[in-house]
Design a protein around this ligand. Structure first.
Ligand code: AMP
Length: 144
């Protein structure tokens, strides 16, 4: 199973902010959308960085209330690991485990085509395993 199959089901929508957005604004977006991270895009929709709740916690710990007025550009991670639609669910899981992050933006020919989270990956893996168990049960029942 590939990342494309997950995106087909969940859609290609990605919550994003501009680099000038404040952390207060990002926090409100994360809360209203009930998500853990946003991508940071420039005016040409190119991916500049990723900013998750973990970055906000670190920034709050370091700067206190002043963190809320800092910008996405100041807090985001710039060195982003990305997937393509052809990346397998297994590969995506390895990237997240090795990189210790829970979000993986998907680029299709350089353009942002979606994002998968660790939750999407776990859901896909469970679905895959349930399908395998069902087909094995059907095989065993047919052979009996
Ligand atoms: P997360 O577990 O996704 O909340 O992210 C933990 C840390 O990794 C934060 O500093 C994020 O900015 C960063 N991060 C999240 N996703 C990625 C990614 N795909 N590539 C690189 N860094 C990431």
């Amino acid at each position: 199973m590939t990342v494309a199959a997950i995106l087909k089901h969940k859609g290609r929508d990605v919550a994003s902010v501009r680099p000038t957005a404040t952390i207060a604004e990002v926090t409100r977006l994360l809360s209203s959308r009930r998500i853990g991270g946003v991508v940071v895009l420039d005016a040409a929709e190119q991916l500049l960085g990723i900013l998750t709740e973990r970055d906000i916690v670190h920034t709050l710990a370091a700067h206190g209330a002043l963190a809320l007025d800092m910008t996405a550009a100041q807090v985001m991670t710039r060195n982003i690991t990305t997937a393509t639609p052809h990346t397998t669910v297994h590969q995506a899981m390895s990237l997240m485990t090795e990189g210790r992050f829970r979000h993986l933006p998907v680029l299709d020919k350089g353009r942002l085509a979606g994002i998968v989270s660790i939750g999407d990956i776990v859901k896909a893996r469970i679905g895959q395993q349930e399908a395998e168990v069902d087909s094995l049960k059907a095989y065993v029942a047919g052979a009996a």
